[in-house]
Design a protein around this ligand. Structure first.
Ligand SMILES: [Zn+2]
Length: 427
């Protein structure tokens, strides 16, 4: 019988009382809630903090002990452990089930159906959907312990919701997983009306954008490579990976345009696979000209020292924000060890960009093109209805007491125009 147990260990650098530090593997330490305490290990029964290192999964393949890299993130390592445990269990189950299939081949295997579904997403070129399908079916199959699709009941789905919540997932994430699971079961021919309970409810939050003051504050402190990187996020609405892969020929100096395109030599594909051109505001263009004087010989505009794409822009941005004292100081991120403020991120800059362009009375189709979305629905999700302050200002403008003049032409047309919200989200 195969040993299906998987343990998370941390391969880390340990100080040996003033002597040279050594690299060793220790079991990952758990907190009171049973989750891995990020960066902590157990040495001689005592928790010890070892920030330098990464997680590995320890398991047996037959009689051989194996270690598999599970990355730096404690939560991801936990997920990887669960997936591996499921895989090891599935190997055993598949052997047993293989016999059953022959006997009872009109029943559909849950695991096999999941594999078919994932393959179908891939065949359709929906790579992101394939990854999500893989995650949700892995988790679900591992958790229910059922072999056949026809064994599934509503209780299995409720139990899956409960388990996701127990793992600290937000209501919104649970609802998303519910939708993905439903799509899979429908694909597999399950009567989802009978099996699926109602979608879990969650409170929809308004998308946040940065106020003009906040943007101005950020602009006043940005410097060096951060000024260029965040400039692309703020003034061109780029995604982090797009910024990381920009090369000098992407800048059309004469037209003041930026061309965002895939980079096969870096295995970088644009999301939604659509190239696009974005105007570069003069402020950013000036910064870029200065940056080019010192970094113009490199291939990448913001490459690392070893001339590779910088995949840590977001993390560096958060550290920068902390250094210049712009942390909000109240969010969970600010109160964590790394002091990475949750209020600041590239996504919100991108959303602010989208909303600003739209409020400047450009249409949604233009915003869609600038953001590189293949469908309008994605663009709509980015946009935030006008805030109370702005609406207040427009309503004030309509009802403002105007000094009486002898000429009593009322600017009616104009005021109506002011009142029309330019934001189609509200329609
Ligand atoms: Zn914060």
């Amino acid at each position: 019988m195969a040993n299906k147990k998987v343990t998370v260990v941390r391969y880390c650098k340990v100080e040996c009382g003033g002597e040279k530090s050594v690299w060793k593997r220790y079991p990952a330490a758990q907190g009171k809630n049973g989750r891995i305490r990020p960066g902590w290990v157990v040495v001689n029964g005592q928790p010890v903090h070892c920030p330098v290192g990464h997680y590995e999964l320890r398991h047996y393949e037959g009689r051989r002990l194996r270690y598999t890299n599970a990355g730096d993130d404690a939560q991801e390592a936990t997920n990887a452990k669960e997936r591996m445990e499921w895989l090891l269990a599935a190997h055993v189950a598949a052997d047993n089930a293989g016999v059953k299939v022959v006997e009872d081949d009109d029943r559909k295997l849950l695991r096999k159906s999941a594999a078919l579904y994932i393959q179908d997403r891939k065949n359709q070129g929906k790579m992101e959907a394939a990854v999500q399908a893989q995650n949700v079916t892995d988790e679900f199959v591992a958790y229910t312990g059922k072999t056949y699709l026809d064994e599934l009941t509503k209780e299995d789905i409720y139990a899956f919701h409960a388990r996701c919540r127990k793992h600290g997932l937000s209501d919104r994430t649970v609802a998303n997983k519910h939708d993905r699971l439903k799509a899979f079961l429908r694909f597999a021919g399950v009567d989802v009306k009978t099996v699926m309970p109602p979608r879990p409810k969650y409170e929809k939050k308004l998308p946040t954008i940065y106020t003009a003051e906040k943007v101005a504050t950020l602009l006043s402190v940005l410097e060096g490579s951060m000024r260029i990187a965040i400039g692309f996020g703020m003034m061109c609405g780029l995604r982090a990976e797009e910024i990381a892969h920009l090369e000098w020929p992407d800048v059309e100096w004469s037209d003041k345009m930026l061309r965002v395109r895939g980079k096969p030599h870096w295995q970088f594909i644009i999301k939604d696979s659509e190239q696009r051109e974005i105007p570069i505001p003069d402020a950013l263009l000036n910064d870029l000209q200065l940056w080019r004087q010192e970094h113009g010989n490199a291939r990448l505009i913001l490459g690392t020292k070893s001339a590779r794409p910088n995949t840590h822009i977001l993390r560096q941005f958060k550290r920068f924000i902390n250094r210049v004292g712009l942390n909000c100081k109240v969010c969970p991120g600010c109160n964590s060890k790394n002091k990475e403020c949750g209020e600041w991120n590239l996504h919100t800059l991108r959303r602010t960009y989208a909303t600003t362009v739209l409020r400047e009375r450009h249409d949604v189709a233009t915003v869609q093109r600038l953001l590189g979305h293949s469908d309008l629905a994605s663009t709509m999700r980015y946009l935030r209805p006008a805030g109370n302050k702005e609406i207040h200002a427009s309503i004030n403008a309509i009802f403002a007491v105007k000094p009486k003049v002898s000429d009593t032409r009322t600017p009616e047309k104009e005021t109506i125009f002011l009142f029309q919200p330019s934001d189609p989200v509200t329609h």
